[in-house]
Design a protein around this ligand. Structure first.
Ligand code: SF4
Length: 189
């Protein structure tokens, strides 16, 4: 069976794409999320992603956690989500190439809160550059199912997208950071 490197943002978002992809691919999870803040949140999501990958019997690889790289790529960008998607998909494409895995995708494609068109566009561009195939399936139909599975498995269900800005937007909405956000996702999950 062909392999696919699946960028994994968290355990709950892994469940539905895993269900769809596992019949056609040998799935390897790649947890590469320097956007997540603070580090304790990064680690909490990583632990959930590991538990989920283990249950599914998927191999799990962790990328480098370096928040400075995330802040570097979003600096002076009108649309910080676009830069954030690019960073994580670029790292996934690069890792797939390094491991000689011809396919990659992302669990971000399951979230109705993300800009799916932008993710598909970025994924395809990166795939072209590395001579890989980006699987751009729209998994959003399974978002609710995935959340329910995650709830019943006792997984941690985060309430914000991941970065410090999304945390503030979600929990301290009186502070208006919309200008910094640009036109990307919603700052939610
Ligand atoms: S809101 Fe989400 S997608 Fe956008 S920059 Fe923050 S973590 Fe990345």
């Amino acid at each position: 069976m062909e392999k696919i490197l699946l960028h994994t943002c968290c355990g709950p978002c892994l469940l539905y794409p895993a269900k769809k992809l596992r019949s056609s691919f040998d799935v390897i999870c790649f947890y590469s999320n320097s956007n997540i803040h603070p580090q304790a949140e990064y680690e909490k999501r990583r632990e959930n992603a590991i538990v989920t990958a283990n249950k599914l019997k998927f191999l799990f690889i962790e990328g480098k956690y370096d928040p400075k790289v995330y802040f570097g790529v979003i600096k002076n960008r009108k649309n910080r989500c676009e830069a954030c998607y690019t960073l994580r998909l670029e790292e996934t494409g690069k890792k797939a190439k390094e491991l000689e895995i011809g396919n990659f995708s992302t669990t971000l494609l399951v979230s109705p809160y993300q800009d799916i068109k932008k993710i598909q566009e970025i994924g395809k561009k990166i795939a072209k550059r590395y001579d890989l195939t980006f699987h751009d399936s729209d998994f959003r139909e399974g978002f609710k199912e995935g959340r329910e599975m995650a709830f019943h498995s006792g997984l941690y269900l985060q309430k914000f997208c991941g970065c410090s800005f999304s945390y503030i937007e979600k929990f301290e909405s009186k502070i208006n950071l919309q200008q910094e956000r640009g036109n990307g996702g919603t700052g939610s999950i």
